[in-house]
Design a protein. Sequence first.
Length: 450
Amino acid sequence: MSGASPPTAAELARFSAIAVPLAAAGLPLGVYLPAIYARDYGLSLTVIGVIFLLGRLWDAIADPVMGSLSDRTRSRYGRRKPWIAAGGVVFGLSSIFLFFPPFGVTPLSLGIILFFFYLGWTAVQIPFQAWSGEVSGEYHQRTRIATYQTVVTSGALLLTLILPTIADQLRPGDGRLQLTLMGALVLLSIVPALFLTLTALKEPPLPPLPVGKPSLRETIRAITGEPLLLRVLASDFAVTLAQNIRAALIVFFVSFYMGRPEWAGGLFLFQFVFGVFAGPIWLKIGRRYGKHRTAVAGELVQVGINLSLLLVTPDTFGLLLALTLAQGLAQGSGNLMLRAIVADVADKHRLDSGEDRTGLYYSVFSLAGKTATAVAVGIALPLVSWLGFDPKVANSPEALTGLLLVFALGPAIAHALSAALIARFPLDEAAHAEIRRQLDPGPPDYAFAE
């Protein structure tokens, strides 16, 4: 991209459009679909849990495979676009069966649907993330590009959270209606989103194709042998772990500790309203202080917010609202900066090894986040249960205090760990500029543009 003009705001908004159907499908998948399939379609929770677990395991295998395949693809349309287009078709078709299941749905049919759904999802998400890291080689432009995706994703999540609320107002407790509204958002957005993303920008010139196919050992060595990548992965794992511990417990915390069950869903929605504004705020901070310093600052802010939850009592609901607002404004600051750093690390790896593995690096970055999501539930729920909390009975003050401690301290500790892992990160703006100078001699890449 040397010497090219920076993408405009309109181009980046178009480029980020594919985040809408991905976000609109991702939230129901983790929050609403299991309960609806159990209550409205008669599948047991155990069966659903096993099927979704197997789907996630398949997803974990597919991510790095897709990253490597897209890195090595060569076509007249580029190396990322063909996968996004094909994956979008599979994603859209499988979404029809996932969100509008026929009567008589069985464990086998659900398993097959999820197999193709995750396959299509991965074929869109991983090449798109890699492409977003290649749009520009300039340090701050990469943060800007990631910010547009963050804002679009937050907006899509906000809209997706509103839809079940609308369904409950029309027909309370009607899971099929909730599924229909959320599925309609996915299906109505997938085709225009694909068109907008695929036509917004050109892919950069294709790098030379490496000789021979990489072995599994070489691929693993390319990941484990890059210490800066491992630090980014560990830091993002801790961020995502913190976020999902909070997400797993927020309904219990608001309903039982605060005694305000009517706010259980609304508080989550309240956080996402302000989360839409978080990206531009952290973009400006990142431009001034650099990505890793901004990531550390964002994580320390999160530590302060979560520790402040220890001061919340059932009589101080206003304080909880204020902290939720702050949580929204700090939301995703670490994820945003770390996602932009992945492309910088891929540049360093390409300079050191001569191999372009941007897709592979983004695939393991995605995998780290997905793993943290699963681990968070596996930590948070058993821990509060061990401390005596049980949502099916009247809980003692000690059990509710245990719930408060895990809800506040769990995320605080994980955010602090994330900050420690990314502090003093050596690949700053100056170091990256030197890497780009050696990779791409000639006129400097375009400067940061608002």
